[in-house]
Design a protein around this ligand. Sequence first.
Ligand SMILES: NC(=O)CCC(=O)C(=O)O
Length: 358
Amino acid sequence: MRSGFAIRPSSAPLLTADQPLLRRSRGTINRPIRATTPSPCLRLTTALAVRSDFQPDEARVPAALQLPVPPVSNFKIALCQLLVTPDKERNIARARKAIEEAAGRGAQLVLLPEIWNSPYSNDNFPVYAEDIEGVGDAAPSFSMLSEAARSLQITIIGGSIPERSGDRLYNTCCVFGTDGKLLGKHRKIHLFDIDIPGEISFKESNTLTAGKDATIVDTDVGHIGIGICHDIRFPELAMLYAARGAHLLCYPGAFNITTGSLLWELMQRARAADNQLFVATCSPARDTGACYIAWGHSTLVGPIGEVIAMADHEEAIIVEEVNYSLTELRRSHLPLEQQRRGDLYRLVDVHRLNSRGL
Ligand SMILES: NC(=O)CCC(=O)C(=O)O
């Protein structure tokens, strides 16, 4: 272990590719529904009626895009669960070291936590914010990520940092390609405003402005839909990414210890299972002395909602394989896309509808 990060072996997938998806021996799955076979004529009528009613293509407006062939069939992803301190320089140096270690362990994609360069608080956001369109010293976190991606020739989803743009602040995730260029930028679209008396009260909207765009980035390791923490609670965003042909969803996130235990894993597994794709999350490590205590437990989830690897709450680097053939396999077992009821419900991708042909 070169850097002193705790490395936790990944837990085994709940199901592997050669295991049956559903248990066969119990329940009603294999039981005949009818005691008698209906006449061929009746069967044909039923089949036609079902087909014309279902309209699966219309359940996504515009219609879902075909899943593009990914540029790689499998690759290693690293989730760098970092301890965040008030010392910004230290945070940047520590993140750089973690990225290098992850690349040394074969990661082609590195994911960092939400707000990793600053303590997570409304007082600190303006102090640690960077103007990522500025040059040189204006954005040391941004510059480090770009340099690391280029020199290590990996893709980096740079967690998030407070971004200053004019007189506004955003919670922003920058994605860098293997040449160090910025491929895309996601500004958190669902701000985290919560008030559970006696437990937790936090209002990101006191200092931050919500982003206006869903962000899907075309990288060397596939089409990646980006959300930041609270964004994961909104299934529509993940569905929209899936309909735009995402291979993987990445959520830098800092759930808290009140909601984290019940919901952090559940949200990730639900987004993965709903959409039959991989979901990766990355949290800061837990610091019980901090004003906001992160839940930790950065996770990689596979396309039936199975946990492939999960950190505990201390600092750690998880390096794990993403194998896209599993996505194809799961979708062939259970073709949800063809079973949708466009006659009953629809998801409208407003931007794609308006811009036609995204
Ligand atoms: N930083 C966040 O968005 C936290 C979200 C969270 O904890 C939740 O319960 O939602």
